[in-house]
Design a protein around this ligand. Structure first.
Ligand SMILES: NC(=O)c1ccc[n+]([C@@H]2O[C@H](COP(=O)([O-])OP(=O)(O)OC[C@H]3O[C@@H](n4cnc5c(N)ncnc54)[C@H](OP(=O)(O)O)[C@@H]3O)[C@@H](O)[C@H]2O)c1
Length: 337
């Protein structure tokens, strides 16, 4: 072992309800020496994502649960600082899955070199990364919007939602977005170019508001939130509408099972398609996504917001902030330079 130290965040307790900072622990470990066929990466940015809440529960799911007293992991972007692998040079930027720590050793498996000339490196955790692909696949492959149709997006100013809104506009749809602050609503209207948006925390009745804003009904609902948002969408879906079941963040901290929407029978009477998906099952779409997103970015047709929290020690707070809407666009933690 050499003298270099790396800080990491570990899961101390499995949270009950909304996580608190005391559920996490900051620890220091020595950085191991770099062996043959290995590289040392210094993380610069790491991602906090809503799905990580599910991994804090000890249950079988599409990703294994985090282990207690072990460092968490997740998307990260870093710089190669030592290399014993020909394909990686010192100074290369890489996208990996070893977030929540300052340094990590890798044999290169699962690491992707990224080009800082295409987009700022942290965007590989957002618009040109997993959330961007989620928006792309979810809207286009599952939602299948047609020109002139109405698309309703919840958590519309978030990492996924903000990109869904703009791709739907590029496809010639009418777009309604729901978000949790007036500032987010203004950005959606003025920058993202949606047709209508509302602050769900300020309206008296979300169901009535969605009806008012979608006089021709909804053809595609991009579901990020669950609860009343799903109920509102079902209420106003058109026949043969598609509900893209991407996420349900309002339910992730529930301490007991949350009942489904009372109007679910509309799925039958309106002949709706409700389809869930997990982005990691659609990695085959990456080349097409990079091609389309690269063009849209080059043409300034997609805009994005990001909230950058400074310091690994503040990663738990950044993560918890996802559940109170502290992020505007992608929530990212800066862990190094
Ligand atoms: N299926 C997949 O493969 C996949 C992949 C990535 C993400 N997702 C899902 O997509 C959704 C968005 O993820 P993201 O990474 O883009 O996060 P995000 O939207 O950037 O951040 C979460 C946002 O959710 C909103 N929110 C939090 N609690 C809420 C509540 N109780 N009611 C309504 N809104 C609430 C907040 O915005 P406001 O200020 O608007 O409240 C917050 O900013 C999540 O449900 C996530 O699990 C799914």
């Amino acid at each position: 072992m050499n003298a270099q130290l790396s800080r990491e965040i570990r899961l101390k307790n499995r949270p009950d309800g909304l996580p608190s900072e005391s559920d996490f622990e900051l620890a220091e470990v020595a950085v191991p020496l770099v062996g043959d066929g290995e590289i040392l990466v210094q993380n610069i940015y790491m991602s906090v994502d809503p799905y990580m809440r599910g991994r804090m529960v000890d249950r079988k799911s599409y990703v294994p649960p985090f282990q207690l007293n072990q460092p968490l992991d997740g998307g990260c972007v870093g710089r190669v600082v030592e290399s014993n692998i020909d394909q990686f040079q010192v100074g290369d930027f890489v996208l990996g899955r070893s977030g929540w720590r300052e340094y990590f050793i890798s044999n290169g498996t699962g690491l992707v070199k990224i080009d800082p000339n295409v987009a700022p490196i942290q965007a590989y955790l957002g618009t040109v990364g997993m959330p961007g692909l989620t928006a792309y696949v979810g809207l286009l492959d599952i939602g299948k919007p047609k020109e002139g149709e109405t698309v309703f997006v919840s958590a519309a100013a978030g990492a996924v939602g903000s990109i869904v809104c703009q791709i739907a506009k590029l496809k010639g749809c009418k777009v309604l977005g729901s978000a949790g602050s007036d500032e987010k609503v203004s950005w959606l209207l003025e920058e993202a170019g949606v047709d209508a948006a509302f602050n769900y925390k300020k309206v008296d009745n979300i169901i009535a508001e969605v009806g008012k804003q979608c006089p021709k009904g909804i053809d595609v609902y991009f579901e990020n939130v669950g609860g009343v948002h799903l109920q509102a969408a079902l209420e106003h879906m058109n026949t043969y509408g598609r509900v893209v079941m991407c996420g349900a963040i309002s339910m992730y901290n529930a301490t007991k099972p949350v009942p489904g929407p009372p109007n679910l029978f509309y799925a039958t009477s309106k002949q709706l398609t409700l389809q869930g998906f997990i982005v990691s099952d659609h990695l085959g779409k990456l080349p097409q996504f990079y091609a389309d997103m690269g063009k849209w970015l080059a043409d300034s047709q997609i805009k994005w917001k990001e909230t950058i929290v400074e310091g690994l020690e503040n990663a738990p707070q950044a993560f918890i902030g996802l559940f109170t809407g502290n992020n505007f666009g992608k929530m990212i933690v800066k862990v190094g330079d």
